[in-house]
Design a protein around this ligand. Sequence first.
Ligand code: F3S
Length: 67
Amino acid sequence: MSMKVHVNPELCQGHNRCIVLAPSLFTADEEGFSTENGDGTVPDDQRGKAELAVDNCPEQAISLIHD
Ligand code: F3S
């Protein structure tokens, strides 16, 4: 089963915790708002970081998708 992350742009307020906790999974735009890298696929060795990012976003803007 693969895991993906997705940032809801309507919820993200640019707190940047996701980028600090999982820098390989997210990129900030010039205003500090985050988007997932690529199609959001989380490599197996980044799963813990993805979960940390989800848990630490104050806006609960990041979702984990299992498919
Ligand atoms: Fe946005 Fe949450 Fe990251 S508010 S920048 S998705 S920590």
